[in-house]
Ligand binder design. Structure first.
Ligand SMILES: [Ca+2]
Length: 273
């Protein structure tokens, strides 16, 4: 653009605006590209142009205009921010819906499947523990016919001992006749020799005083109570309702059921025969 003979555009536009060819422009040393020579010559010929061109005056600026520009800029930025916030809100709502749908699916489907899986794993673990207990009972313990007996040194009350035998896939020892009683007495005696420790048997009169039942609920028909002129058994009445075997002679004694002592489990090994 040229004003009063001064050009502020690039060289090509300068040339066009001022009526010079590019070649003519190159001959003028001043890089400001003032259209001084041709215009001054033309106007000087008319006598209305001074010898020295005045300095270009700067565009007048108004404080009010600057304020309006700043105000408009702030308004436009606020509008942009408002639009961005709206997009964020839409995105947040969409994400919230998806999370809600996912949680709904988890509660309706996955939890049920997970519970089934946990039940299966728990049952599988119990079965494995029973099988391992049965194998241990017959490998470490004393075999007699299809039964295997094993002494455990963990001190338990009667109920705890019964529970442990069941968890191992067996049950508390239940000698049903003289032959089983004598075999069991020999095994327990050799296990604790030379000591003498009582071990729980699966025999009690918890249901009715004097009515002795095995731990599986069947009735006891053979007994090996201690007979001694100083302390014949059973002598505990309603206070002592669980039966233990002495390891030195195999005799039976009635005891408090909450007493902690060693216990004897038996395992069915019919599958191995
Ligand atoms: Ca009793």
């Amino acid at each position: 653009m040229c004003r009063d003979g001064i050009c502020f555009l690039d060289t090509t536009l300068w040339s066009l605006s001022c009526g010079f060819s590019t070649k003519q422009k190159d001959e003028i040393p001043n890089s400001t590209h003032v259209c001084q020579a041709p215009v001054s010559e033309a106007k000087r010929a008319r006598g209305d142009v001074p010898e020295i061109l005045p300095e270009p005056e700067a565009e007048p600026t108004s404080p009010v205009s600057d304020f309006e520009n700043s105000y408009n800029y702030v308004l436009s930025r606020l509008a942009d921010m408002d639009q961005a916030i709206h997009k964020l809100n839409v995105g947040h709502y969409t994400l919230d819906v998806k999370v809600s749908q996912l949680m709904d699916r988890l509660t309706r489907v996955d939890v049920e499947e997970l519970e089934d899986t946990i039940r299966e794993v728990y049952q599988h673990s119990k079965d494995n523990r029973k099988e391992m207990g049965r194998l241990e009972g017959c490998q470490k313990g004393h075999r007699m016919g299809y039964k295997c007996y094993l002494v455990f040194n963990g001190h338990k009350d009667y109920a705890g001992a019964s529970r442990k035998c069941l968890e191992r896939g067996g049950r508390m020892a239940m000698p049903r006749d003289r032959r089983e009683q004598e075999a069991l007495a020999d095994y327990v005696k050799s296990f604790f020799h030379p000591g003498n420790w009582p071990v729980w048997l699966g025999v009690n009169d918890l249901r009715s005083e004097g009515l002795y039942l095995f731990d599986d609920g069947t009735r006891v028909s053979y007994f090996q109570w201690r007979r001694h002129f100083l302390s014949s058994q059973p002598d505990g009445g309603r206070r002592e309702n669980c039966v233990a075997m002495s390891s030195d002679d195999g005799d039976w004694w009635d005891h408090y059921c909450d007493r902690n002592m060693n216990y004897l489990c038996e395992f069915d090994d019919r599958e191995a025969l």
